[in-house]
Design a protein around this ligand. Sequence first.
Ligand SMILES: [Cu+2]
Length: 115
Amino acid sequence: MRLLPALLLAPLLTLPVAVSLPAFAQHDHHHAPAPAAAGKNAPLADGVVKKIDKAAGEIVIQHGQLDSIGMPPMTMAFGVADQGWLNKLKAGDKIRFAAVMKGSMPVVSRYEPAK
Ligand SMILES: [Cu+2]
């Protein structure tokens, strides 16, 4: 796997600190659910498809803040809940998507085309 564990773990480790900030913090993001609790109802985040890797079954997405898995904006590879999506998506597509952790692998659980 090409994901760097440090990049994945750092945001997760800092999450408890972030959600314990006082309510008057001037950020507009909401409490992120614990990664283990994130499911199909995870909120949609903005993303731009950068690359489709059918051999690996992965999609590289430049994504915005992903509270569901405690990630700041970055470009990274995701697994997909449905391999058929690898044929529907292409580099350059703008999407709104939800991500969940499957073990140590972030996976796109659903998506819709961005307007
Ligand atoms: Cu990320």
